[in-house]
Design a protein around this ligand. Structure first.
Ligand SMILES: CC1=C(/C=C/C(C)=C/C=C/C(C)=C/C=C/C=C(C)/C=C/C=O)C(C)(C)CCC1
Ligand SMILES: [Fe+2]
Length: 560
């Protein structure tokens, strides 16, 4: 309790400091990453700063990264509050024990800053990218965060206003010529953001890349310092502006899907380890129209690529508007129907294109091949976090809604949707609920699996779930797709993110490993949480000296 009170009062101090700071502090206040501060929870729970000897530039507790401009109301959970500073780095004190085999860094990408100048952004997906790092070394945890210096972020900091189009935000044109300039920029892609705030991936050759859904929003960072190293330049001539935010990255390749709004199709491309050149594997022609569906993610099996075609479709009309519509760059077209396509990885040929019930998903979980008794593949099974063909979740993720409806039961229901796509030429596929959604509180998203089971029959998935009443997933869940059961982790007022599974070296069981998640607390604090992958019990936590904003997706970089 003492620690909670102390953090609450520290939050109060930080609040006041924030109120007097300018938004440009975000770049000016940055301090050297080499500046190490050790924060220790003094028994029984006092937050005390220890400074490692011989390190200059101590940072007082009150100037630690914390609340941003929007944190003016009591209800503003730290999960939806900008970090105040561009970067931070320090050691965390661990309660419990981190396994000694866990050596490497967990990086998590997501929004870190939701305002520029006096303007507060509208949507969770708008925030300027920030990578948080947890470096595990022989039981110790060194943590840090840093803003990604995209062109969009740097321009916003320089001009103190929005310059590029974000997910729900369109820069205000000062005059007619600049409006025309912005429109022209839309066709060339010049006015679209490169704010790579969605995922972070370690490529086979060791480069670490942050991504958003514009191709130019592919940014290389240094996984140690988190410094932005520059754009990832694709050297091919494939063109287009957009990409899936979730490539499938293995040690040998990078597979992704590029929606092509001009020809109403998707390109499936592969980039080999060490290369910057993507090669087209094949094309999927859209079955419905008028434009391709949103393809935030897709799935693979051992031999196939599963390409979704959702009725939530890109809308050129919306993209061209000075004010985006209620579904932003998209429109819901139930009449255009929903489809799932299966492409052979080796030949690029489409082996199935089936109509399925209307669906709405951001995140595919995994896929695998179903065989008959002779070993012939008869169907592809693909699982996703499915929102019952309802786009309301997009509205619920507006920051104003996240901030105003805490504790109210307004999170739309979600389930694990299981597609069965027959490979016998039938025109229809199935979409079923994989387990009773009450097992995970009728909320599920941001799913991870043991990466050794990518594309294979699998049993366990780790995701954000719900403990109702809630307006956002506020629990972690381990789903057993065989037993059709879930185990849940929850504490009052938490917003957990991206439960990420890391297998124990030498493990033979699918769930033998740990799950890492970063937790934002209602009292303004935040901590890294480690759960046992098998029992789903807590094994360690390490408190940050400041509250963590919510983040989307992470990756693991094992120590060399
Ligand atoms: C769609 C366009 C763009 C931007 C797309 C972006 C930034 C998409 C990001 C989507 C994310 C982060 C989805 C995450 C969903 C998370 C959920 C439901 C969480 C649940 C919690 O557990 C532009 C790049 C602006 C270009 C125009 C088109
Ligand atoms: Fe995502």
């Amino acid at each position: 309790m003492a620690s909670i009170n102390l953090i609450a009062s520290a939050s109060y101090v930080l609040h006041s400091i924030k109120a007097s700071s300018k938004s440009s502090d975000h770049l000016k206040d940055g301090f050297p990453l080499g500046n190490k501060n050790l924060f220790r929870m003094n028994a029984p729970g006092n937050l005390r700063k220890l400074t490692i000897a011989n390190v200059a530039n101590e940072v007082p507790v009150a100037s630690q990264p914390s609340f941003g401009k929007e944190a003016l109301g009591d209800q503003n959970h730290v999960a939806w509050t900008s970090v105040r500073q561009h970067r931070w780095h320090g050691e965390l004190v661990v309660e419990g024990e981190t396994p000694h085999w866990l050596n490497g860094s967990y990086l998590r990408n997501g929004p870190g800053l939701w305002h520029v100048g006096d303007h507060n952004f509208g949507h969770l997906f708008d925030g300027y990218a920030m990578v948080v790092k947890l470096q595990f070394e022989n039981g110790r945890i060194i943590a840090g965060h840093r803003q990604i210096e995209s062109e969009a972020y740097k321009a916003a900091m320089k001009h103190n206003k929005l310059i590029y189009r974000e997910f729900s935000e369109v820069p205000k044109a000062d005059n007619f010529p600049s409006y025309i300039g912005e429109l022209a920029g839309l066709f060339s892609g010049a006015s679209l953001t490169d704010n790579a705030n969605t995922g972070v991936f370690k490529l086979g050759d060791g480069r670490v890349i942050c991504l958003t859904e514009t191709q130019k929003g592919s940014i290389i960072i240094d996984p140690t310092t988190l410094e932005t190293l520059g754009k990832f330049e694709y050297t091919d001539s494939i063109g287009g502006q957009l990409q899936s935010a979730h490539p499938i990255v293995t040690d040998t390749e990078f597979l992704t899907v590029l929606p092509d709004l001009i020809n109403s199709r998707y390109l499936v491309v592969r980039m080999e380890r060490g290369s910057n050149e993507r090669k087209v594997i094949g094309r999927v022609e859209c079955q419905g129209g008028p434009k391709p569906g949103w393809v935030h993610s897709f799935a693979v099996t051992e031999h196939y690529i599963v390409v979704p075609e959702m009725p939530l479709r890109y809308s050129v009309k919306n993209i061209l508007k000075a004010e985006l519509g209620p579904l932003y760059a998209f429109e819901w077209h139930p009449e255009s129907k929903g489809f799932v396509h299966v492409m052979c990885k080796a030949s690029g040929k489409i082996v199935a294109s089936v109509e399925v019930p209307l669906y709405m998903t951001f995140h595919f979980i995994n896929a695998y091949e179903e065989t008959d008794e002779d070993g012939r593949v008869v169907a592809v099974i693909a699982d996703c976090c499915e929102h019952y063909g309802d786009t309301t979740i997009l509205e619920k993720l507006r920051l104003q809604n996240l901030r105003s409806f805490a504790g109210q039961d307004v999170l739309p229901d979600a389930r694990i949707g299981r597609f069965t796509i027959p490979l016998d030429g039938s025109p229809y596929g199935k979409l079923e609920t994989a387990l009773d959604p009450n097992e995970h509180g009728r909320g599920i998203d941001i799913c991870n699996i043991n990466p050794a089971f990518l594309g294979k029959r699998y049993r366990f998935a780790y995701a954000c779930g719900a403990q109702r009443p809630c307006n956002f997933p506020n629990a972690l869940t381990k789903v057993d797709l065989v037993e059709k059961k879930a185990k849940n982790w929850h504490e009052d007022g938490v917003v957990p993110s991206d439960p990420f599974f890391i297998a124990r070296p030498g493990a033979t069981e699918e769930d033998d490993g740990v799950v890492i998640s970063m937790i934002s607390e209602k009292n303004g604090g935040g901590y890294a949480l480690l759960l046992d992958g098998s029992t789903f019990e807590e094994i360690a936590r390490a408190k940050f000296p400041y509250g963590l904003p919510y983040g989307f997706h992470g990756c693991w970089i094992p120590k060399k």
